[in-house]
Design a protein around this ligand. Structure first.
Ligand code: PMP
Length: 365
């Protein structure tokens, strides 16, 4: 009998990316929609599932889903690629353009999966920093990109976990300086003031990544997409497994896009709630909060009894635990680069947001 092989040496250091899944009444740690999908969508899906030939493989090209996504996003279908969540889109980009001897650039603190998937695919990661307000500094971008010469440059805007939206000028500067492909992760793009979708063109090495996991209330479905030049879309198709999009996924994604008005109403509600929660946090003594163009807020609470916001010893984690004791789960970001003592709260229903604010008030007094 043979021996079990050892995990690849370059993977042994990698810890998985997870936010604890704790069963609590108020779950505000993973930026999902707090609302179930529309009832009419669920009814259509139920009857649509009956019509699927489950004994047959699904449409390999997922043509109807791609057509519907392209028309919703206002781009020709040749520029659209769908996969099982935007994480799979990111993985496909790295499978196509990363790998041994190739590099990817990120600007920390940012979405950890960009680095994580890069490493899994054997891609070297070269990280730049961000300014104190968490925007990307074009000069720093030019410096890192000249030094690293990466095949792929990731920009996350609105940035997870800071919520900051980079302005158009920064994207233009990164596009001008990047020697390879620029990938803008717009998982929270619907909540922001502008979108790089308008910059996607056939002759520009730019890809914008979107997801159905947030405003579409379909995190459980696992569906995301990329919008980019057709030659990139063809390359992505080359690295996917045959039939990677199941028939129920294709159906549900297509049906969801029939409820655009409801989705836009949800965005408006969540943005209004985000502004309300932000104002409440700004009004709390010792709490620091950053502007956000997403469905979450990054904040730094003061430790109980402290006059000033962190990074006091354990302020973030102490408050995180106190919130949990009161049934409210948020994301602890205090171990991330530059985020000492910081927590991130997803915007929930008005009731959930009130419970969070009351629990935070109690935890920091
Ligand atoms: N990108 C960013 C910035 C995210 O925050 C997330 C979700 N946490 C994703 C991508 C992945 O989303 P999904 O795979 O659910 O589409």
């Amino acid at each position: 009998m043979g021996e079990f092989p050892r995990l690849r040496d370059d993977l042994t250091e990698l810890t998985g990316y997870h936010s604890p899944q704790v069963d609590v009444p108020v779950r505000l740690n993973t930026n999902e929609s707090p609302y179930a999908p529309p009832e009419a969508f669920l009814r259509d899906l139920e009857s649509g599932l009956r019509g699927i030939d489950f004994n047959r493989y699904p449409d390999r090209a997922a043509s109807e889903l791609h057509e519907a996504t392209a028309s919703f996003l206002g781009h020709p279908v040749e520029r659209v690629f769908c996969a099982n969540g935007s994480n799979e889109v990111l993985q496909c980009l790295l499978l196509a353009y990363g790998g041994a001897g190739r590099r990817a650039t990120v600007f920390r603190p940012t979405y950890l999966l960009h680095e994580h998937i890069a490493r899994i695919t054997g891609t070297e990661v070269v990280a730049g920093g961000r300014k104190a307000d968490f925007t990307v500094d074009p000069d720093e971008a030019r410096r890192v990109l000249a030094e690293a010469s990466p095949e792929i440059t990731f920009l996350c805007s609105p940035n997870n976990p800071t919520g900051v939206v980079d302005p158009r000028e920064t994207v233009d500067a990164v596009l001008a300086a990047a020697p390879g492909l620029v990938v803008i992760d717009e998982a929270y793009g619907e909540f922001a003031s502008w979108s790089a979708l308008e910059l996607v063109a056939d002759d520009r090495p730019l890809v914008v990544v979107r997801t159905f996991s947030k405003v579409w209330s379909l995190a459980a479905l696992r569906l995301g997409c990329a919008v980019g030049p057709p030659r990139v879309i063809d390359d992505l198709a080359a690295v996917t497994l045959p039939y990677h999009l199941s028939a129920p996924t294709q159906l549900a994604g297509r049906l969801a896009l029939g409820h655009v008005d409801e989705m836009r109403r949800r965005v408006d509600t969540l943005v209004a709630e985000r502004e309300r929660v932000q104002a409440a946090l700004e009004g709390m003594a010792g709490v620091e909060v950053w502007p956000s163009g997403a469905n979450f807020l990054l904040f730094r609470p003061a430790a109980a009894g402290a006059q000033r916001p962190g990074p006091g010893p354990g302020a973030g984690i102490g408050v995180w635990k106190a919130l949990l004791d009161n049934g409210v789960l948020v994301r602890d970001c205090s171990s991330w680069d530059g985020l000492d003592g910081c927590l991130r709260v997803s915007i929930g229903t008005p009731e959930e947001n009130d419970l969070f604010l009351t629990a935070l008030e109690a935890a920091t007094q």
